[in-house]
Write a protein that binds this ligand. Structure first.
Ligand SMILES: Nc1nc2c(c(=O)[nH]1)N[C@@H](CN(C=O)c1ccc(C(=O)N[C@@H](CCC(=O)O)C(=O)O)cc1)CN2
Ligand code: GAR
Length: 187
């Protein structure tokens, strides 16, 4: 059985999509959905999906080993799906090439500290980009610098608002993220 833990800080549409995709895969189990935000809607989604969930503080993430010990038991792979904290080195070292993140832009552009959620889409809009996309990558100790696994792009028009861009990105994420994870965990 391949065990996957998902880390998310927000709504959790990607987490839910991944859980639904793997619900028909007998050799894969989403063991935990973990969040650093006690009010994150992803926790409601976990409850409805019947997936164990746990909230941990930013301090626990950075200074304690409880989260690492839980992950060592519960996960073979860790998926970051809208997770907004930097994963610390102790977890990175314990899960080499086993932590996968999705970024809502075509890295290396529009990545790094401060580049998350609508901040990314607003920056893309402000720069009148004619395309944007998603990047799925392995996670290293820095934000958005891990080896790229997959990218997909979508065209933009000058009429697209930042919200329109977010919607186009959401469609790409829904289409590709679970399949890309499947390819990595079963290679
Ligand atoms: N070690 C790593 N940890 C994380 C990575 C990574 O590549 N390496 N990716 C991020 C996800 N992410 C982009 O894909 C990202 C998330 C958040 C930020 C950011 O600037 N966060 C703020 C705090 C925001 C908040 O607490 O609400 C900050 O650090 O000041 C940048 C990129 C997940 N972790
Ligand atoms: N830099 C990280 C980042 O911005 N991640 C982005 O957060 C959103 C989470 O949506 P969700 O909570 O509905 O899955 C997704 O668009 C994901 O690419």
């Amino acid at each position: 059985m391949i065990k996957i833990a998902i880390l998310a800080s927000g709504s959790g549409s990607n987490a839910e999509n991944i859980a639904q995709y793997f619900s028909t895969h007998k050799n894969v189990k989403i063991t935990y959905i973990l969040s650093n935000k006690k009010d994150a809607f992803v926790l409601e989604r976990a409850k409805k999906l019947g997936i164990k969930s746990k909230v941990f503080s930013n301090k626990e993430m950075k200074e304690q080993v409880d989260l690492l010990n839980l992950l060592k038991v519960e996960a073979d792979f860790i998926i970051l799906a809208g997770f907004l904290l930097k994963v610390p080195e102790n977890i990175i070292k314990a899960f080499p090439d086993k932590i996968i993140n999705i970024h809502p832009a075509l890295l290396p552009n529009y990545g790094g500290k401060g580049m998350y959620g609508m901040h990314v889409h607003r920056a893309v809009k402000e720069n009148n980009e004619k395309e944007t996309g998603i990047t799925i990558h392995y996670v290293n100790e820095n934000y958005d610098e891990g080896a790229i696994i997959f990218q997909a792009s979508t065209a933009l028009t000058s009429e697209d608002t930042a919200e329109d861009i977010a919607a186009k990105i959401h469609l790409l994420e829904q289409e590709h993220f679970p399949k890309v994870i499947d390819g990595v965990i079963n290679k």
